[in-house]
Every structure is written in C-alpha cells, then in structure tokens.
Design a protein around this ligand. Sequence first.
Ligand code: RIB
Ligand code: NA
Length: 305
Amino acid sequence: MSRFCVAGSINIDLVTKTSRFPKPGETMYGESFHTFTGGKGANQAVALAKLGADTAMIGLVGNDIYADDYMAYFKKLGVNTNSVKGVETSTGIAVIIVDGDGENNIIIVSGANAKVDADYILSNSDIINDSKYLLLQLEVPMDAVVQAAKCAAESGTRVILDPAPAVPLADELLKYVDIITPNETEAEILTGIRPADEAGFASAGRILIDRGVKTAVMKAGSRGAYVFSDNMLTHVEGFRVTAVDTTAAGDTFNAGLAYGLGAGMPLMKAVRFANAAAAISTTKAGAQGGMPTLAEAQSLLDTLN
Ligand code: RIB
Ligand code: NA
C-alpha cells in the first residue's frame, strides 16, 4: 500500500538559461542549455520520494529515449511505477527559459500526457484507493483529473489539487478536493479576485470554499502561503533563500504539504514544512535539482527555532 499517489504529467524539461527573456522577434544568445527531469506530476512524486515517502506515480511516457531514462530514474528513487506505461508517441516536453532572476517561461508539448484519460485512471484505481493522499495537477486531460479525484473521494483518499497550469475549473471537480493550492494567478482564474493583501486572500479563499473545496492553501512565492480554513485566514511566513531556479517550487510545496500531513503534522505546521521544502528547491538548477531530503528540510526549519 502506497501512502501517497500522484496522478499527472511526466515531462522532460529542456532548459535554456539567459540573462533576460527575448522580446518577440528577437534573436539572442543564451548562457547554457540543460536537460532535466520534470513535469508537474512527476515533480511531486520525486519530491515526495526524496523526502523518503512511500510514493506511487500514475501517468504515461512516450516511446523515446526520454521515456527509458525517466523510468530508470523513478526506479532509482524508489517511486512505484506499476502504473506508468509507455505509449506510441513522444514523452511530454517542456521548453523552459530561465532568466537572470531565476524566473521562468514554459512551453509544453504534452505528448504521452495527453493520452492519460478517465479509462486509464479507472484501470489504476486500486492504487488511488489504497493511498492515504492523492496529489493532482492539471497537465493531463481534465476528464482524467476529475476521474482520479472521484475515485479518491469515494474511497476516503484525501485529494490535494494544484490547479496549475491556470485554467478555469468545474465545481464537479472542486467538490472532491480536500485541499487546493493555487498561486495568485490561479486563484484569480478560479475566483475572479487577484489576491494582493490579506483581505484579498480571505475573499479568494472564501470563494474557493463556497465552490466546494474544504481548505484553500494559497501560495504567495517568497511570502509563503495564506491558508483559508474554518472561515479564517492564516498567513504562514516563507523562508528567505537565494533563488537560482524557481521551476517546480510549487510542485515541491505540494509534495511537502502532503508529506507533512501524512506525517501527522497539524495543517499550519505542514504548510510551514511545505514552505521550507519549496524554498530549498529553488536553490539549485532544474525542477528536481534542489528538492530536499527530510534532513535538509528539517535543518532550514530549525534555523527559525
Ligand atoms: O511545475 C514545473 C513543471 O512545469 C516543469 O518541470 C515543467 O515540466 C512544467 O510542466
Ligand atoms: Na530547482
């Protein structure tokens, strides 16, 4: 029985580093090029595995060299890949530009991820039912996301949804969600409010609860997170680090949150743990490069005690 199950995307990230983003029509020279493992779903699974969690992945890869490499890497980390299969197309790709401030721009070519459908989820529902937490994001088709959330809700598995990349969502999905974790942009798309201050986060949080989720944990980058729960807003301060690459900080946050809750931490403590894990993840290049071990996350937390 896996404690954590992640259903979602598996991408290879093709990352170019440059001083600034090119303007439309401009040709410029970059500083470096690297190939990294990524994808919002796989990033969450890898972050959980690095923390030492018992983790299963549900997803699809293509029939290329990237697929073989990724499968070998999952196995090395101890991620359960019984529900990851190869299909006749390309593995998901993300073309990423990172600028001098560590900010990123991303273009995704879905490939195999586009073939993750409701039937595929249903054929792997056992692993969802047997898990304590199901982590979802939005880089696979919506019918698959809804099906996975439904399977989880019906079997008492708790659902943590990262509503990224930002798209509008149906209440049909939100009613199955225990915790939703939007950033400011995603919160605006889901609520019509772009939260800038505490009042804004409270209003956005209230709307998310009205739409059916049980708890809203709104990510605010280096400022940490704003939690709307039990009709109350709580700010959980972030950690100050020197960011090299913020890619997948959000994915690491979600993994940290799930890990913390799975380890029995109360919600605010789990959010603090998630803030620490996410902060550390930005200190190294690549989506998964900086993802911390449990000891690394713990030592950042200890600096404040
Ligand atoms: O959240 C970061 C991820 O988004 C990257 O790893 C990339 O694959 C994109 O899907
Ligand atoms: Na990183």
